[in-house]
Design a protein around this ligand. Sequence first.
Ligand SMILES: [Zn+2]
Length: 594
Amino acid sequence: MRYHFSILIFFLFFFWFKHFLPHSFISENKHHSFQQFVYASNHEKQYFKIRNREFIHPLPGEITSILVAATSDMHGTLGIFCDFDCDQVKGLLHLVPVIKELRVRDPQMLLLDGGDTYQGSMMQFYLNHVQPSVPFQDPLLQLMNKLRYDAMTLGNHDLEMPLDKLSWRMRKASFPFLGANIQWKTETLGEFSKSTNSITTPFQNLHPYHVQERNGVRLGILGMTTPGVPIWLDPLQIKDFRIKEILSSSRKWISVLRDKEKVDLLIGLFHSGADKDYDDRTAIKLGLPSPNASGQVAKVLKQFDLLIAGHTHQTIPKYALDELPRFSVPIIFPGAYAKGVSVVKIKLIENQQRWQIYDMKFDFKSARINQDPMSIKEEIGLSDEMLESVRNYRSQPSKVILKEIPQKVVRNDCLSKLSHVALQQPGKESKFSLLPGSWHTADIKREDLGKPILRKHLFQWMRYDNLPVLANLYGLQIRIMLNPMLRKFQERRIRSSTYLVPGGFEAVPVVEDGPVRLSLKEWNGSTIREDELYKVWMTNYHWNGGSDIRSRALLHDSQLLKREQRFLRDAVFDFLAAKHPKLPLSCKQFLEPI
Ligand SMILES: [Zn+2]
């Protein structure tokens, strides 16, 4: 009896005591697959593990410094083939001399990247989507290895490629990929293997953070990815994981880094902008956390010493500064396309046997033309065959010739109409389309006159890797999606990515004291009824939620008819590369079939 009584007391005590444990932290960790089962990237057999460490104790009066250099949003810009803005010096190969010089200044320099790294150039498109799969190579990744990058954070665009290619990059990288707010859905985790004492996750080398000791200082780098990913990406592509809110995830990991890993300096490497309002309403309507949270973190979480933020392509600051601009925490934006590298020099001094920052200087080092970028091509796996196949791919000709340099309006109209016709299947009933109405300027030059439009021109013209989606839409939804077009007629401001144009039907402004609404008619003259369903092609970007189209038009999954696997750009190229393409009227002004 006494015995049972003491067991009862024990349990009562246990349940009472449990309240005093940091509950949320413990329960979160139980489901957080990173805790035990993620490999450390460069030592195959070691798992990612939270370590309990002792503080580093500098000697009385000791001083030291840390040099941090960062790139972000390189978008595959290596610097060999130029896809757009070719008058600018950019690409990681042209940062090699700059990074080497910085290493001479401080051999212990920390080199970081903020993500959106392996998507956006034609070469990366070729490697990710065209190249036969084995043996897979990525010279950009290998150059990052060679330059001894210490860590990078996953960007939203890095999740667009086939995930086996991302996973390959993670295995081959000599640095960890970070994403502390990425959580695997437990049901998709693989089997526990007794032999390796690990669980297979889709990405073996994705870590929440990275700890390094440099110049006697322990640094923690915490990576966060924008939770806006589901706004833009296909659900199937991201079905195995979710991306959690940045502020609360940061709080959780800060306590690990400060209390357990006992870091002296805490750096946030975030793929998330600072302007909270941008894309925020879209995210809220889709039930997602703020896509751009780094400004909020910088204001609220003073435990960070420095934030490095990518995703928005901003370069802030652009020039050398003696003191970094602050919210509460200094925040820098390294810009895009490897046009330069943001550099922070942090000086530290001993204070009560701990490191304390006493100075933080900033500099932005621009890329310089690397006179001989090919001298390291073998070291980065850039074989002649690869160069040749990318070159051939870029210069694949269509069967239309450039007659003259088109005006912007004509060029935009032509490409929207080409996209529409390229999606129609011969012999089948024609479908409507609501596709982008403004496109980039292709790098078409005078010397291209009289020559065929090449695949690379289309890549420059259509920079986003959009996939077509066919949906059953009500006339009313079509009308709502054309609202930005009406606003444009009214000469009001619109976000250009919301501007869709009608394909296969017409939308004409009804003018009474200015354009008041759009009259929507089929080609046969019949009115498009708001309560009737029509089959409409659109991009997966807009269908998924990009530019708030999905929530404004109340698009619903049940309206989805199919997702096309061929990129819209490829559909247009195939159309132009077929024999005697029947060109839309606006295209005939500057293009001519061969
Ligand atoms: Zn991004």
